[in-house]
Design a protein around this ligand. Structure first.
Ligand SMILES: Nc1ncnc2c1ncn2[C@@H]1O[C@H](COP(=O)(O)OP(=O)(O)OP(=O)(O)O)[C@@H](O)[C@H]1O
Length: 242
């Protein structure tokens, strides 16, 4: 898919000003937005989801234009068909695994249709969560919670998956396992994804394109070389050299 992102957003709070200038034009199926804390990765993800409206620019995914300031076009978040996995998973603690997974399919005060209900069951099965369907998030492990967050994001069949630091809540051994598992699930689902991370291992394991951020700007777009022994290669060197 062709990602075309060319946006600008000025933000200010009491202490400082920040300008995001995100420019990416690339073919790819899985993009990793990589860079240090505060460099603009998450803001870019929010703009893709429609949760942050840029001051100017354009966002297009393949044929779909999601934002174009010149044409006054802004597709609202609810119509973007985007699944979002947040850093801390943001699961609803009082809802079961199944209710969490079904959340994006529900309409206010309406029951799930038979087809929606089957979709939830299929997704739970696919993610190895069927046996935990009746548990609350507080009763399952961190890795399982990550899977529930992923299941909730993909249940409504999104056209794009956004993942913000999806493993940062996990300790190191679990992170390695869950990363591998996520890779397998993404391969199976075949949905384009954009991942925010500051861990080079995430880039290598999950992305085909890496977008390197620095102080609100994109400083490099490169192939992630996730295909084996070649290592992180030129993009990591370029990042460390800056
Ligand atoms: N509403 C706001 N007003 C002012 N500045 C903001 C606002 N929201 C975010 N920022 C600033 O924008 C910068 C980029 O934030 P962003 O969340 O995109 O960083 P990031 O690269 O995702 O970092 P991290 O890896 O820590 O999540 C930060 O310096 C942040 O302080």
């Amino acid at each position: 898919m062709l990602f075309h992102i060319d946006i600008e957003k000025r933000l200010s709070n009491q202490s400082r000003q920040f300008t995001l200038q995100s420019r990416i034009t690339t073919h790819g199926e899985r993009l990793a937005l990589f860079g240090p804390s505060g460099s603009g990765k998450s803001l870019t993800l929010l703009a893709l989801a429609g949760l942050l409206r840029p001051d100017r620019g354009r966002i297009a995914m393949g044929e779909r234009v999601l934002f174009d300031s010149e044409q006054g076009l802004f597709v609202p978040p609810s119509q973007r068909r985007v699944g979002f996995v947040f850093q801390d998973y943001a699961l609803f603690p009082h809802l079961t695994v199944r209710q969490n997974a079904a959340f994006g399919l529900r309409r206010l005060f309406r029951r799930l249709t038979a087809a929606q209900s089957k979709r939830v069951d299929d997704v739970l099965e696919l993610f190895g969560l069927a046996e935990l369907a009746g548990c609350l998030p507080g009763e399952i492990s961190g890795g399982q919670r990550q899977r529930v967050a992923l299941a909730r994001a993909v249940a409504p069949s999104p056209e794009l998956l956004l993942l913000d630091e999806p493993f940062s809540a996990l300790d190191q051994p679990l992170r390695v396992r869950v990363r591998r598992e996520t890779r397998r699930l993404l391969d199976m689902l075949n949905i384009p994804a954009v991942l925010v991370t500051h861990d080079p291992e995430d880039v290598q394991a999950l992305a085909d394109i890496v977008v390197v951020y620095r102080e609100g700007r994109v400083v490099r777009v490169a192939e992630a070389e996730n295909s084996g022994a070649s290592g992180p290669g030129v993009w990591l060197d370029s990042f460390e050299a800056i």
